[in-house]
Design a protein around this ligand. Structure first.
Ligand code: THU
Length: 130
């Protein structure tokens, strides 16, 4: 699935966000090596710290479906700024795809792309422990 389509899956997933506390709705979509795509949205909780990011939910969908290698993630949020995955999500993504592409939308809705390595340089990984 091309980048633009992956972003549109993320945009549609955003409609399912459960974000009554922040009002900040986020959608994500991961592409796995199999070619399958898994959406996710943020899921908040009255106990705020239990909140799940959209990226985390999309990764959980993919991994619990049997995937082990992710090649790209797209993120979509309602913001005047480009929304890249938070630090915790970057670390979570690294586990399943150090070379993955990370896509988001610019202020005008234009697609933006970086690699996960750009977003998380000198990362701690399984490799570090060898
Ligand atoms: N959020 C995400 O889902 N992904 C991000 O990359 C940043 C933040 C969510 C968590 C929370 O529900 C809301 O956005 C505000 O932080």
């Amino acid at each position: 699935m091309p980048d633009a389509e992956l972003l549109s899956v993320a945009r549609r997933a955003r409609e399912r966000a459960y974000a009554p506390y922040s009002g900040f709705r986020v959608g994500a979509a991961v592409r796995a090596q199999s070619g399958a795509v898994y959406p996710g949205c943020n899921i908040e909780n009255a106990s705020y710290g239990l909140t799940l990011c959209a990226e985390q939910v999309a990764v959980a969908q993919a991994i619990s479906s049997g995937e082990r290698r992710l090649t790209a993630i797209a993120v979509s949020a309602e913001s005047a700024h480009a929304v890249w995955p938070c630090g915790r999500c970057r670390q979570m993504l690294l586990e399943f795809g150090p070379d993955m592409a990370v896509l988001t939308e610019g202020p005008g809705g234009e697609p933006l792309r970086q690699t996960l390595t750009d977003l998380l340089p000198d990362a701690f990984s399984a490799e570090t422990m060898r």
